[in-house]
Design a protein around this ligand. Structure first.
Ligand code: XIL
Length: 329
């Protein structure tokens, strides 16, 4: 069986990676495939670097689980994607339950970003993160709504758009060598949200704000992935603004379960489309799946009744989608 990362490297990409979670590492069959460098050359922590894990009380930083994550990646010779500094979700109560003045909240954001990026230096970082409006856990996007308007989050409501450059500058002060990204949901194809993000990237670059990449999360629905030409054009338009791009959280879920054979074939093509778009756009540096097996996918918990979104099934066996990834590379 060929490995995703080996194929990605042969195609001239930096890595093919996956999200993973410390809680899954007592599953030795899972860890065997996770560890295989030919399969995965990069890891993203699904949970353990998020705010509620890393700064549960103001100024009290808890590094243990993130350190374990980095150790696993580095022992395996893999790149690490730090995830994330500023999101509206997984924020501890001390942040959400306080009515902040703008200067105080600005300090809170900068302290958090500075400390985590400094602690886990030398990495790629999702400094600004976004998410879905449909999932149960995540009712909002950040920074943008699907129509391209700014999302009313804790950050935006108090700091307007200034939290974005504040966080990016704090991250650069913490680690001048880190690759700093904005990572957004629902930006795989062109549309109002991708356009708003492009305008933001243009403004930030023009203002000299440190920003090196745009992460396209790519949490997709089977049969709804935009055509290859559209995905490629979208990625290329980001690259033209002077940033690199990466597919950071790829999965393609079924909204009705269980899938039939035709569905699995459509899912194979959808994986192939997104992966091929990255392969064919210079400046798209790599692809990360948001876990590789249906056994540990986030989808069923966040989108009730939906799932089977990964290239390997719950028994860790490759699905047609596995071959879609290989073909796309
Ligand atoms: C998800 C994790 O996979 C879950 O384990 C967690 O409970 C909620 O967050 N976009 C992102 C990720 O940027 O951080 C989210 O991860 C999935 C959506």
């Amino acid at each position: 069986r060929s490995g995703f990362n080996a194929a990605a490297r042969s195609a001239g990409k930096l890595y093919f990676g996956t999200a993973t979670n410390n809680y899954q590492w007592n599953d030795s069959a899972y860890v065997t495939i996770l560890d295989n460098l030919a399969m995965f050359g990069q890891l993203t922590p699904a949970k353990v670097m998020k705010w509620s894990y890393t700064e549960p009380e103001r100024g009290v930083f808890t590094w243990d689980m993130g350190d374990q994550f980095v150790a696993l990646a580095q022992q395996g010779g893999k790149l690490v994607r730090g995830h994330n500094c500023v999101w509206y979700n997984d924020i501890p109560a001390w942040v959400t339950n306080t009515t902040w003045t703008a200067p105080d909240l600005a300090e809170v954001v900068q302290e958090h970003c500075f400390n985590i990026v400094r602690h886990w230096a030398g990495q790629i970082w999702d400094v600004i993160n976004g998410s879905s409006s449909r999932s149960r856990l995540e009712r909002t996007h950040e920074p943008f709504n699907d129509d391209g308007t700014w999302r009313q989050t804790l950050w935006y409501n108090t700091l307007n758009t200034s939290y974005i450059p504040l966080a990016l500058h704090a991250a650069r002060r913490a680690d001048p060598h880190a690759k700093l990204y904005i990572n957004e949901y629902n930006t795989t194809g062109p549309g109002p949200k991708a356009s708003a993000l492009k305008a933001l990237v243009r403004d930030l670059k023009a203002a000299g704000v440190p920003l090196h990449g745009v992460g396209v999360q790519a949490h997709e629905v089977v049969g709804q992935v935009p055509p290859l030409a559209d995905v490629k054009r979208n990625l290329a338009e980001f690259v033209a603004l002077g940033v690199e791009v990466a597919i950071t959280e790829l999965d393609v879920r079924f909204v009705g379960l269980p899938p039939d054979e035709g569905g699995l074939e459509r899912q194979r093509r959808d994986f192939e489309t997104v992966v091929r778009a990255c392969r064919e756009v210079e400046g798209c540096v790599g692809v990360t799946v948001w876990d590789w097996t249906d056994k540990y996918s986030w989808v069923p918990a966040s989108f009730p009744g939906e799932g089977d979104a990964c290239p390997f099934d719950a028994d860790l066996e490759p699905k047609p989608a596995y071959y879609g990834v290989i073909d796309g590379l």
